[in-house]
Design a protein around this ligand. Sequence first.
Ligand code: SAH
Length: 354
Amino acid sequence: MTALADLLIRRITATGPISVADYMTDCLLHPDHGYYTTRDPFGTQGDFTTAPEISQMFGEMLGLCLAQSWLDQGAPASVTLAELGPGRGTLMADVLRATTSIKGFHDAAKVHLVEASPVLRARQRDALRGAPVTWHYTAATLPDAPLFLVANEFFDALPIRQFIRTGPAWRERQVGVKDGALTFGLAAPAPVAALMHRLADTANGDLVEVCPAAPAIMEQIGIRIAAHGGAALIVDYGGWNSLGDTLQALKSHAPDAPLAHPGQADLTAHVDFAVLAKYAQPAVSTAMTAQGVVLERLGITGRAQSLARHLDGAALSGHIAAHRRLTHPDEMGTLFQAIGIYPPGTPPPAGFDT
Ligand code: SAH
């Protein structure tokens, strides 16, 4: 049993079952035993790989997309270039390299990273060596300035609550203890104000997920973009209006039972892009657009061809596989979706459906 499992079992035995969100919070960010607080989980040695770790082209395309929005909005002289949950810092490093030749962009852009994990902050410092960076624990402390922001696989790491519909009420799925082990259970039925609107599109027995932290984060982003300008590009796996149990654990690149290894497996849930778009108002949102489609429209294939000219052998086949993995509908191309947030009355971020 992990040290965190032991702590959770003692806590639940003493004070009662906890929400799935409280369980995820401890698993991911417990100061001593949390998954992200204690390790670098990425790469072949780790538990999972993300788009920026697959190829530099991912960050290059998103960086050029942000720089295009900056140009479209008149190249403001002082802006925030921010990332939520930057992992190893690879995406921001690729954004910065790809935008070096955009005249004036680097002089205007101050880099701000929102990162909870001390281990990953150190990795980000290494990746961005030389660039002045300000770190934040939450989006609430980002400067009041034009905001150009990326977030890849950030919202899927935020804790979710799960509710199962019973008539007009909902039973919350909880984590309890049975026979000395963590187990799922259901709280008594109760009305849930935040789910009133879901009574219209769900049936008895349906499970709906709510991410309590997402609305406040999107408000912080939307207010800045609407007031000062900017753009936010949010990429993740998920859909429009959550439905069904999407809580999943990943350990050493293989699925794991969500209660099996608290603190030692990654825990995620699908992202509800409808909620992200709603709370970004008064900023506007593009339509949800497949990652593969956005990357193609931003020119990833041309970039792949020009990089390929300098490669051969295993490096070339790895590069071709990476392009396919990021864009193909059978790989990450449609599983991952994206939205762009932008100020009313300005052109939407390039590559997105509107
Ligand atoms: N964007 C990166 C990493 C994705 S993993 C990539 O694509 O490779 C999720 C990232 O979000 C990690 O850096 C993790 O430490 C961070 N994170 C998770 N929950 C967070 C929270 N509540 N506040 C700030 N950062 C968080």
